[in-house]
Design a protein around this ligand. Sequence first.
Ligand code: ZN
Length: 296
Amino acid sequence: MTQHINPKSVAHLPTELADRIVSQMQTADFSGHFSATDYQALLSQSGMTDTEFKLALLPIAATRAYCEISNFHVGAIAEGLSGNIYFGANIEIAGVQLNQTVHAEQSAISHAWMKGETGLKNITINHTPCGHCRQFMNELNGIENLSIQLPERPAYRLAELLPESFGPKDLGIEARLMDNQQHSYQFDSDNAAIISTIKALNNSYAPYSNNHSGVTLKTQSGAIYSGSYAENAAFNPSLPPLQVAINLLLLAGEDLANIESVVLAENASGTISHLAETQSTLEAINPDITIDYLSI
Ligand SMILES: [Zn+2]
C-alpha cells in the first residue's frame, strides 16, 4: 500500500533527510515504526542528538492522528528496550463515546507492546501528558526507568509527574503492563484472524477483571491487525482491545473504512465484557462490519 505523507510534517528537516524518511514510510510494509538499525542510520544522517531527532519526528507521528472531534493532533515516539522506534498518535471517532478515545502516549505504548516489546526506554511527546496518560504509564513494567521527554523541557521520570500515585500494588497486583506474560487459552481454528485473536488474548493484561481478551480487524485487502486488552489499576484509563487493534491499523496508514470484519475473543469467566462496547463502536464506524464473537 502506498502511503500518503503530508509534506508539511517533514518541512522542518533537511531535504535529504526528509526524502529518506518519506521513502522509508512509503514502502509497502511500513507500519509506523523504525527498526533500531534504520533509526540509528537516520539519526546519524540528521546530525542531531537522539532527543533532538525524536522531537523532530513528532510532527510526522502526529500526522497519524485520527481526531475527528478535537482536531488536536498529538504525536508520540516510544523507544522499546530493543531500540526500535514506535509512532503513536491520538484517536477519536465521531459518534463514539469520548471514553473510547486513545491518547498518543497510549497509542505509542500499546504499539510497542503489540510488536513484542517488554519495556520502554523513553517516550517523547509534543504536548504535556494528561492525568489519564500519567495514570496509564504508571502501570508499565520498568516505569521507574522510563524517561519522558517534552519539547524544551528536561526529561522527566513519571514519579515527578505523578507523585503520591495509585497503582497496581495498591490492589495487591504484582504483574505489570508489558510484562512478558502468556496466558494459555486455546481455540482450535485454521482461520488466520481467529488464530491471531487468540494470540492477542493470550498476551492481554487484565489482572483486575480477568477479562483476557483480544480483537482482530480484517480489511478488504485481507490484512489483519490484532490488539490485546490493557487494563489499569484506576480502571478508566484501561485500553480496550478494539482500540489497540484500530491503533495499529491507523499507524499502518490504513483507513477505518477498510475494515471488513472483526473477531472479538474474551474469557467467558471475566467480571466484565467487551462485547457491547465493541459492537457499538463498530456500528458507529460502519454498520456493515461483521463481528465474530468467541467467549472461551
Ligand atoms: Zn493523555
